[in-house]
Ligand binder design. Sequence first.
Ligand SMILES: Cc1cc2nc3c(=O)[nH]c(=O)nc-3n(C[C@H](O)[C@H](O)[C@H](O)COP(=O)(O)OP(=O)(O)OC[C@H]3O[C@@H](n4cnc5c(N)ncnc54)[C@H](O)[C@@H]3O)c2cc1C
Length: 336
Amino acid sequence: MDLIYGIIVIGGGPGGIGVAVESKILGIKKVLLVEKSDNHSQTIRKFYKDQKRVDKDWQGQSVVLDGNIDFFDGTKESTIDYFDSLLDNHLIDAKFNCEVDKVIKMNDIFEVYTNCGNFLAHNVIISVGRMGKPNKPSYEIPVSLRTQVNFNLDRCGNDESIIVIGGGDSAVEYACELSQSNQVTLCYRGESLTRPNPTNIEMFHKFVSEKKLTPKLGIDIESLENEHGKVKVIYTDGTSQTFDRVIYALGGTTPVDFLKKCSVLLDDRGEPVFDENYETQIKGLFIAGDIAFKSGGSIAIALNHGYKIVSYIMNTKTKEDSHYPSLSPSSMEAYI
Ligand SMILES: Cc1cc2nc3c(=O)[nH]c(=O)nc-3n(C[C@H](O)[C@H](O)[C@H](O)COP(=O)(O)OP(=O)(O)OC[C@H]3O[C@@H](n4cnc5c(N)ncnc54)[C@H](O)[C@@H]3O)c2cc1C
């Protein structure tokens, strides 16, 4: 508890890794990354299928990297290897299996409360993502169907009839992957797919024209029922179909309760309020990664958040020190 970190970053996904690595590169020595799971990048490990193509320009967003961390197209595996090497090469102090409960600021210092002890910091960056709570449909999922109704591919096998629900890149990628060894329908309420990036749109049309994938567009689902252990999907036009498995790929939910516990101001949609430097209404408390987006997200943009935040912290600190020359350089030394 005596040690005061320059930065504590909550969440070991791309946003958190970006902050931690940029901090080291830009000169903040005392940095702690806190991750609730047993390793970094849980969204990538849990929601990306094995060998998934990882696009730098995800969802058609062309991103220029601003900071010191490079990022490039690859696969799930090469991306995890790359983040492993960033953490190793920059000697990032990380605590895994360490879940943050809340953050409280007192006398200009933040206290970060976790299940593995409490830590102090001058700045805290919250980068906990949205996939801790995947979006669910508005209708109830029958309890007896919970093993067949999934939000990632962990339980999928072969030779099943599967309906994938969603209209974004993840839905298309899940559907095309599963259709290699299953009978797959992709259901989206819009008349056509507009959100996925051009590569995924092209892949979708190719799979459909080769009859590997059945599209079911322009229709929504009203409810699910258990029909002799299978999932009966009832559509809004009154028709129905039965599948072995349902996969929802609907993105994730903003962790409102956690943000409230950290006293972050939320707007009327429940999204965190922050300025152009990603700083919340509490000085020194920042938001990075997916939760700084209105919807969606991107690894490259999450890395850019890290650079912007750390550069801002370094600049502000330097300016503050020059306003109080008697505190420099020893205060700066204590700070970093
Ligand atoms: C199926 C799928 C495919 C995708 N494909 C691509 C792609 O090809 N290219 C691309 O650029 N983007 C892709 N994305 C988006 C990309 O994964 C996200 O934009 C990125 O992971 C966001 O990083 P983040 O650090 O904000 O959040 P996350 O990656 O979600 O990381 C948040 C971390 O915080 C941890 N955490 C949560 N709560 C706490 C707590 N209280 N205490 C401590 N730790 C906590 C979590 O365990 C997690 O490890 C994809 C997303 C999905 C779902």
